[in-house]
Write a protein that binds this ligand. Structure first.
Ligand code: SF4
Length: 512
C-alpha cells in the first residue's frame, strides 16, 4: 500500500469499499438529485416513501421506521426541539391523503448493504420479473391498479427475510408462558411494579426491594438504562429477581441493540428463566449525560424487535432465516403512550405493535383517568382491546417538584392543574397526597373496559408499593402475608427525589 492514499478519504468510516456498476452509480446519483429535492431523501437504499405518505422517515433522530416514539407531539420532536416530529407529520399527511391504513404494515429494518445506494434499480428488476407490459397494463385499469402496483413494490419493501404485513398474528401456543400471562389469562386484575436497577454493582438494596415488592405483584419490571444513563443491566436484575423467587419483566431498549445482539440476548435470558420481555425504543443518547454516545447507531426499532422476537418464538426462526430446534418461550410486551400524540394516531401505532407481537402493554404514567377513555375508545375502534392486556402506569407523586418536572419536561406525561393544586396545598403532607391521588386514579381506571391491571412506577419509593396494593384492594389471589422484613442495622440516608432523579423512571415507558 502506498504511503499517500488520498482517494481513500471518500470511504465512509467503518465501511469497506463497495464496487458498484457505473450504471448503478449513475442511477443512485439521479435518485439522490430527484428524490433529495422532492422528498428530502436520505438515500437509505431501503425506500419506504409510499408507506410514509411521501415523507422521508429517515429524518427521525431515533431512526423509527414504524411510527412515532412515545415522545412525539404536534409541536416538536422530543429529541430535537428545533424541528417537528417527522412521524407526526407523516400521520397527519397520511390521514389527509386517506393512507392511514398503510401505516399499519410492519416495515423492515435497514439492509445496511444497501444504505447509500439506489432503490430504483431494485424496482426495475422486480418490474422485469413481473413483466413490464403486464405491470403498465395493470396500473392503467382501476380494478387491477393496486394488484399490479403491489406486485412490484411489495417484494421490494418486504424482502424474504422480513415478510412484514399489516395483520394480527395470534400466538401459536396455548399454555401461558409466564405467571404474569397465566394471571392475565385467568382474568385477574394484576399489578406489576418497577424496581430501579442499582447504580453500582452492589445488589443488597435491589434484593431487598425485590423481596419487599414480590408478594404484592405478578411481576417486577427492570428498566434498561432509562434516560440513556448506564445502570445495572435489566437482564442481570431479572436473573437476580428469579434467584429471589420473583418473576421479572426484562425491558430491552432498541437503542443499545443490533439485530444480532437482540436475538442472542433474548436466547440467553430465556434460557436462564426470563419469560416476560418488554420491547422499547429507549431514550435517545441526547437525553443522557456527557460525553454523548453515537446517535447514528440505530439498527432496529421497538416494533421490529417485537416482530423479530415473535417470529423466533412462533416460527422458530432467526431473522436470517436459520431454523431453531428449541425456540425461546416468551410473553412479549410493549410500552404504550396514551397521551403522547393524538389518541387516534397513537392507536395506529399501538395496533401495529399488537400486530407485530405485543401481548401486553404497560402504559406511560396516567394522571387523567377521563382522558384515558379517548385512547381506549380509539383502540376499541381498531379492534385491539381483546388482543392485548393493558396495564396502566401509575406513580405515587412524592414531591411537588417531581410533579412539575414530569408535567413540564417528560414527553407524554400530563398532570392536570387540579392535581398540581392539590399537591401545592398539601404542604409537608405532599407524599400522603401523592399516595391518595394514586389510589383515586387506580379506583377510576380499574373498572374501565380494556384495562387489565396497573403498572406501579414508584420512582425509587418501592416501600410504598405494599401499602398502595393493599389499600387499592388489589392483593393478588392467594396472597400470603409475608413475614416482617428485618430492620436495617443502620438507618440508610433517605433518597431525596430531586427533579434530576425523575428521569430514572419517568421516561422508562415514555419513549416507546
Ligand atoms: S419525536 Fe420521536 S418519533 Fe418523532 S421525530 Fe422525534 S424521535 Fe422521531
Amino acid at each position: 500500500m502506498p504511503i499517500f492514499t488520498p482517494a481513500r478519504r471518500w470511504q465512509p468510516p467503518y465501511y469497506g469499499f463497495k464496487r458498484e456498476k457505473p450504471s448503478r452509480r449513475a442511477l443512485a446519483a439521479t435518485e439522490r438529485v430527484i428524490k433529495g429535492a422532492l422528498f428530502g431523501c436520505r438515500m437509505c437504499g431501503n425506500c419506504l416513501l409510499q408507506e410514509t405518505a411521501f415523507i422521508c422517515s429517515m429524518e427521525c433522530p431515533k431512526g423509527a421506521r414504524n411510527g412515532p416514539c412515545g415522545g412525539s407531539t404536534s409541536e416538536h420532536c422530543y429529541v430535537d426541539p428545533t424541528r417537528p416530529c417527522i412521524w407526526y407529520k407523516i400521520y397527519e399527511r397520511a390521514e389527509k391523503l386517506g393512507r392511514s391504513e398503510k401505516l399499519l404494515e410492519v416495515l423492515p429494518p435497514l439492509d445496511w448493504d444497501k444504505v447509500g445506494t439506489e432503490t430504483w434499480g431494485d424496482v426495475w428488476e422486480q418490474m422485469r420479473k413481473v413483466g413490464v407490459k403486464k405491470f403498465f397494463g395493470g396500473i392503467l385499469s382501476k380494478e387491477t391498479r393496486h394488484t399490479a402496483w403491489e406486485s412490484v413494490f411489495e417484494p421490494v419493501r418486504q424482502p424474504d427475510w422480513w415478510q412484514g404485513d399489516a395483520v394480527y398474528h395470534a400466538p401459536t401456543y396455548n399454555e401461558p408462558i409466564s405467571e404474569l400471562e397465566r394471571r392475565l389469562k385467568a382474568g385477574e386484575f394484576v399489578v406489576t411494579a418497577e424496581v430501579a436497577p442499582p447504580l453500582t454493582s452492589a445488589t443488597k438494596k435491589l434484593c431487598t426491594n425485590v423481596n419487599l415488592v414480590k408478594p404484592y405483584v405478578a411481576a417486577i419490571n427492570f428498566t434498561d438504562s432509562p434516560s440513556a444513563t448506564a445502570r445495572m443491566s435489566s437482564w442481570a436484575c431479572s436473573i437476580m429477581a428469579l434467584q429471589n423467587g420473583a418473576e421479572p419483566v426484562m425491558q430491552i431498549a432498541a437503542r443499545d441493540r443490533t439485530r444480532v445482539g437482540l436475538q442472542s440476548e433474548v436466547l440467553g435470558a430465556t434460557a436462564l428463566g426470563v419469560k416476560n420481555i418488554l420491547c422499547l425504543s429507549g431514550d435517545n443518547a441526547r437525553m443522557g449525560p456527557s460525553p454523548m454516545s453515537r446517535l447514528d447507531v440505530i439498527d432496529i426499532d421497538s416494533i421490529q424487535m417485537l416482530w423479530i422476537l415473535r417470529r423466533m418464538r412462533d416460527e422458530g426462526k432467526y431473522l436470517d432465516g436459520r431454523e431453531m430446534k428449541f425456540p425461546p418461550k416468551m410473553f412479549l410486551g410493549a410500552a404504550a403512550s396514551p397521551y403522547a400524540s393524538e389518541p387516534r394516531f397513537q392507536a395506529i401505532r399501538e395496533q401495529k405493535k399488537v400486530n407485530a407481537g405485543a401481548q401486553f402493554f404497560q402504559t406511560n404514567l396516567v394522571f387523567d383517568a377521563d382522558r384515558l377513555d379517548i385512547w381506549l375508545n380509539e383502540l376499541a375502534k381498531r379492534d385491539v382491546l381483546d388482543k392485548v392486556y393493558i396495564l396502566i402506569g401509575i406513580t405515587p407523586i412524592k414531591s411537588l417538584k417531581m410533579a412539575k418536572y414530569m408535567n413540564n419536561e417528560v414527553p407524554g406525561i400530563t398532570i392536570p392543574d387540579p392535581l398540581i393544586k392539590r399537591l401545592e396545598n398539601a404542604g409537608d403532607k405532599v407524599e400522603e397526597e401523592g399516595v391518595q391521588i394514586a389510589l383515586e386514579l387506580i379506583e377510576k381506571v380499574k373498572t374501565k373496559p380494556g384495562v387489565n391491571g396497573i403498572h406501579l412506577m414508584a420512582v425509587g419509593w418501592e416501600e410504598i408499593v405494599p401499602r398502595i396494593v393493599r389499600e387499592a384492594g388489589l392483593l393478588p389471589v392467594g396472597f400470603v402475608e409475608p413475614p416482617a422484613m428485618p430492620k436495617e442495622p443502620a438507618k440508610e440516608k433517605k433518597l431525596k427525589l430531586e427533579p434530576a432523579a425523575v428521569p430514572v423512571v419517568a421516561p422508562t415507558v415514555s419513549t416507546n
